[in-house]
Design a protein around this ligand. Structure first.
Ligand code: ADP
Length: 384
């Protein structure tokens, strides 16, 4: 199901000066203003609580909190009427989404700890006194949370304040894995042009996403030397395959995997399909090139920008040598590029479990961008 972007997760808690939130499954203080505040904020919305909080509500009220969908996160579900029992955080949030635009997380300690990274806002009643207790609120890190509102109050026995915190944009970590997108195609096909357009598209969709660009060859200077010094497109196939694959394994370890894990978008200009197609065109066995790279992470989607060898050459001839660099080994040979294109069309069969889109690159830049962005948006929706 697509993520509902405007759904808010709010943590609400009363917290003593020493971070205590509870003692022997009860609130350590009695503060009617806070009970009133809690009711005003949460009324009409779903609430999520853990087992201990559920039991304490049962003991205190003998029934669910009225006017709210009471969701209990627990491995041992009961059948008390008026409560919804779920056994995972995603299920709790899905249930809450069906019952409102926002959800209040009402405790206790372990539920707060687990939901703190996902929460958008904190509504904290700071009690300006320490209390004895056995459960605590997690640290509210100033790097992650910005106090946007606070109201100081005087109670009968102690002072307290109602504070609202918002998560700082820099602390928003996507709770999903990032996405890995690769572009393939012969030099001059328009890959770099389309990568820039896709970056713009992703960036405009969500301002909090990081986009990491990388290209092949990654670091190995020997590869570039061979490409520029050796003009025979059919020579040094084995050596190039090895160099490229080793280089790509490093790229995966250093750039691709860590960034996907951080939830970033990683876009690579060329990836394993280049080695499969170029070195197969040089005469190596296509399937064994596939097998040798099977340990590499699979892209979430690959765009092959497909144009004729002649058109690619025409486009590159319009560029200055400073932009493109010297012509090299492969692209200078029209016959080689024609074979390469034929092999490119076979790659979907050998990588049958990957999402590969062959894009007609002989159209205008905008037409191509439109198609790529539409595919991207659709795939994003499916992945969410
Ligand atoms: P690649 O990264 O695949 O080598 P580029 O994006 O650098 O390709 O494009 C090669 C050349 O062709 C560039 O000069 C670029 O401006 C031009 N170009 C890119 N896309 C198109 C297009 N759809 N129509 C005409 N020229 C294009």
């Amino acid at each position: 199901m697509a993520q509902k972007e405007d759904f808010e997760i709010i943590i609400i808690a009363g917290v003593a000066k020493n971070n205590v939130i509870g003692n022997k499954n009860q609130l350590p203080w009695h503060l009617k203003e806070d009970l009133q505040h809690f009711k005003e904020l949460t009324f009409g919305n779903p609430v999520i609580m853990g087992r201990a909080t559920y039991l304490s509500i049962l003991e205190y009220l003998g029934k669910p909190l009225p006017g709210r969908t009471n969701i209990v996160l627990t491995k041992e579900s009961d059948n008390k009427p008026g409560f919804i029992f779920v056994d995972s955080i995603p299920k709790a949030l899905e249930t809450a989404k069906k019952h409102g635009e926002k959800v209040y997380i009402i405790g206790g300690q372990s539920i707060y700890q687990q939901l703190m990274p996902l929460a958008d806002k904190l509504e904290i009643t700071h009690i300006h006194r320490g209390f004895e207790g056995d459960t605590f609120f997690p640290e509210i890190k100033a790097d992650d949370w910005l106090e946007i509102k606070t109201q100081d109050c005087k109670g009968e026995q102690f002072e307290f304040s109602f504070s609202t915190y918002e998560k700082r944009p820099s602390a928003i970590k996507p709770n999903k894995k990032g996405m890995f997108i690769t572009f393939e195609g012969i030099d001059g096909s328009g890959k770099s042009t389309q990568i820039r357009k896709l970056v713009e598209h992703i960036f405009n969709k969500s301002k909090y996403h990081n986009i990491i660009l990388t290209r092949n060859p990654y670091k190995n200077v020997n590869i570039r030397e061979i490409l520029h010094q050796d003009q025979d497109p059919y020579s040094q196939a084995e050596k190039l395959a090895d160099l490229y694959i080793t280089d790509r394994i490093n790229q995966t370890k250093e750039i691709i995997t860590p960034n996907i894990e951080k939830g970033h978008f990683v876009i690579s200009d060329r990836y394993k399909i280049s080695t499969i197609v170029y070195q197969a065109t040089q005469g190596l066995d296509m399937q064994s090139l596939v097998n040798k790279q099977s340990i590499l992470p699979k892209p979430d989607m690959t765009f092959i920008v497909d144009i004729s060898a002649e058109e690619a050459q025409r486009r590159m001839q319009n560029e200055s040598i400073e932009v493109r660099g010297k012509e090299h080994k492969f692209e200078a040979n029209l016959e080689f590029i024609k074979k390469l294109r034929e092999n490119t069309h076979k790659v979907k069969e050998v990588l049958h479990d990957e999402k590969i889109f062959i894009i007609d690159g002989a159209r205008s830049r905008d037409e191509i961008t439109k198609e790529i962005c539409e595919i991207f948006d659709k795939e994003m929706e499916n992945l969410n």
